[in-house]
Design a protein around this ligand. Structure first.
Ligand SMILES: [Zn+2]
Ligand SMILES: [Zn+2]
Length: 256
C-alpha cells in the first residue's frame, strides 16, 4: 500500500517505539504543543492563539514543563493574558456568590463535602482544574493516532506485521489499545488481534522482569565482569512500561 500522509507518523511511531509506540506519540505531541505555545514560532505573540490557550489554562504539571522550557517572555505573556481573564471570571463569580445558609441539622455535619455541590466558588475552581491546553492537545493527537493505528491495522498488512514484531505497549496505554480495538475491530479481527497481542504483552513484561533481575545480579561481585546485556537502562524502561512515562528523558527546552 502506498504511504499516505497520515500513515507516516504511524510508521514513524512503530519504528521508534522502543517499549511503546504510544509513549513515543504522546511525547512527540507534547514537544509539538510546547513549541506551538512557546517556541521560536512565537505563537504566544498572536492574540488569537493566546485566546485559545487562555480559555483552557494549564495544569500544574504543564506549568512546570513550561517553566522548564525556558522562554520567560513567552511565559510572561501567556500568564498576563491568563491572569486578566481569571480576574474577570473571579470578579463575576465573587459578585454572584452568596454564602449558604446553614440549617440546624447542617450544624452537626463536620466533614467538608468534597463534591463541592453547593459552593459556587469551589465549583468554578474545580471546573478550571479539569482543563489544560497542553493535556487537551496531547490527548486529541493521541486519540487520533489510536484511531489511525487501527484504521491502518485492518488495511495495511505491514502495520500488523510491525505490531507483531514490536515490544507491545506500556500497560497504561494498553488500556486504551484494548478499548479502541474493541470499538474498531470486528469479532474475527478481535480474536486474531488478542491471539497475538496478549502473549506478546506477557512475553515483553517477562523480558523486562529478566532485565531488572539481571540488573540486580550485576551488583553481585561474582558478576562484576559479566556483560550488562540489555539491563543497563532496565529501571527507566521498567518504569515506563508500567506507567507510560519516560522517567529518564531530560526536560524539553526551547531551541535557542
Ligand atoms: Zn505507552
Ligand atoms: Zn496539562
Amino acid at each position: 500500500m502506498k504511504e499516505q500522509i497520515h500513515t507516516i507518523p504511524i510508521n514513524d511511531a512503530l519504528n521508534n517505539a522502543g517499549e511503546c509506540p504510544l509513549c513515543y506519540i504522546k511525547e512527540r505531541a507534547f514537544k509539538h504543543t510546547m513549541d506551538f505555545c512557546l517556541g521560536s514560532g512565537a505563537s504566544y505573540m498572536e492574540s488569537d492563539i493566546r485566546e485559545m490557550t487562555d480559555t483552557m489554562g494549564f495544569c500544574g504539571y504543564h506549568f512546570k514543563k513550561m517553566f522548564e522550557y525556558g522562554n520567560s517572555l513567552g511565559n510572561a505573556w501567556i500568564l498576563k493574558t491568563h491572569y486578566k481573564r481569571t480576574i474577570e471570571e473571579m470578579d463575576k463569580q465573587f459578585k454572584k456568590f452568596t454564602p449558604s445558609k446553614k440549617s440546624f441539622k447542617d450544624k452537626f455535619i463536620k466533614n467538608a463535602d468534597t463534591e463541592f455541590s453547593k459552593n459556587s466558588i469551589a465549583n468554578w475552581i474545580a471546573k478550571r482544574d479539569e482543563k489544560c491546553f497542553i493535556c487537551d492537545s496531547i490527548e486529541k493527537t493521541y486519540r487520533a493516532y489510536l484511531d489511525t493505528l487501527f484504521y491502518m491495522y485492518v488495511r495495511d498488512p505491514s502495520i500488523k506485521e510491525a505490531l507483531k514484531n514490536s515490544r507491545g505497549f506500556c500497560l497504561e496505554h494498553f488500556k486504551d489499545v484494548c478499548i479502541t480495538a474493541d470499538a474498531k475491530l470486528n469479532s474475527e479481527q478481535l480474536k486474531e488481534f488478542y491471539d497475538f497481542m496478549l502473549p506478546l504483552m506477557e512475553e515483553n513484561f517477562k523480558r523486562i522482569y529478566g532485565d531488572i533481575s539481571w540488573f540486580i545480579e550485576k551488583f553481585d561481585y561474582r558478576n562484576k565482569d559479566a556483560d550488562w546485556k540489555e539491563s543497563k537502562d532496565a529501571i527507566p524502561r521498567g518504569m515506563q512500561k508500567l506507567s507510560g512515562e519516560y522517567v529518564d528523558h531530560p526536560n524539553y527546552e526551547s531551541k535557542k
